[in-house]
Design a protein around this ligand. Sequence first.
Ligand SMILES: C[S@@+](CC[C@H](N)C(=O)[O-])C[C@H]1O[C@@H](n2cnc3c(N)ncnc32)[C@H](O)[C@@H]1O
Length: 279
Amino acid sequence: MARSGPTPTDGRGATGATGRNAPQGVVTRGTTNPNRLRRVDNWIATTCGDLLRDAVDPLVVDLGYGASPVTAVELRARLAALVRPDVRVVGLEIDPQRVADAAPAADPPGLTFARGGFELAGLRPVLVRAFNVLRQYDESAVDPAWRTMTGGLAPGGVLVEGTCDELGRLGAWLLVDGTGPRSLTLAARLSTLDTPATFAERLPKALIHYNVPGEPVHAFIAALDDGWRAAAPYAPFGPRQRWLQAVAAVRAAGWPVLDRPSRWRLGELTVAWPAVAPT
Ligand SMILES: C[S@@+](CC[C@H](N)C(=O)[O-])C[C@H]1O[C@@H](n2cnc3c(N)ncnc32)[C@H](O)[C@@H]1O
């Protein structure tokens, strides 16, 4: 079971410098892709839309945008179109070169870029999206990173932390607030979904090492996979019909599914965290 990766230490920045104001975390691979985060962005716009609409200062941080700022640009565009036009997105990166490279894409006040880490550079956002960031850290770094990020949120704010494949066809994320994780969401492009078992490879860092017999998340993915197989007769009607049946079976089996068929139709499934939390 591989658990390797850079280990962040408080106050240790990209250059290895230490200090009270240094960004917290370490530079990791900057892989990203246009449109990769569309599924989580659309979920944020729906699930966290009211939170942003009610905020006096609709500030959102995209933490760890990578070698190109494209997904931060897209997040701002989506939230401005779907939630409120005056949303402010700040892309934070721990790599100073990536901050400099992103500068031409800035469009203040709606979109700016700055150097920062888990401490959020002293900002108080109502929402943080941190995607494909913790995946490259040790598992032991997850809880402290969550605590640091949620400790920097505006009152009532949330962190959306997760992982996806290179093209964004398969993703999984957690909604985390000051009390800890609240839910796990799985999302797939259904036309390319072979079997729900493939979600196991894309689980957030907090869960990816627990897809083993005896662990709740393993049982959850197995239940979804069973439901998908049992729904094979629906395949001729398209993968959406098959997914709807599979999710309905998961819910009927007693899993605390939090979302409704309108989200299932998009290839999503959200379940309450306590049901999948590692034992
Ligand atoms: C794989 S890229 C993810 C890019 C983009 N979020 C995506 O999902 O396509 C991870 C980025 O996170 C940055 N990163 C890692 N730890 C960080 C931290 N603590 N604070 C800010 N950025 C961080 C890395 O430097 C890297 O550029």
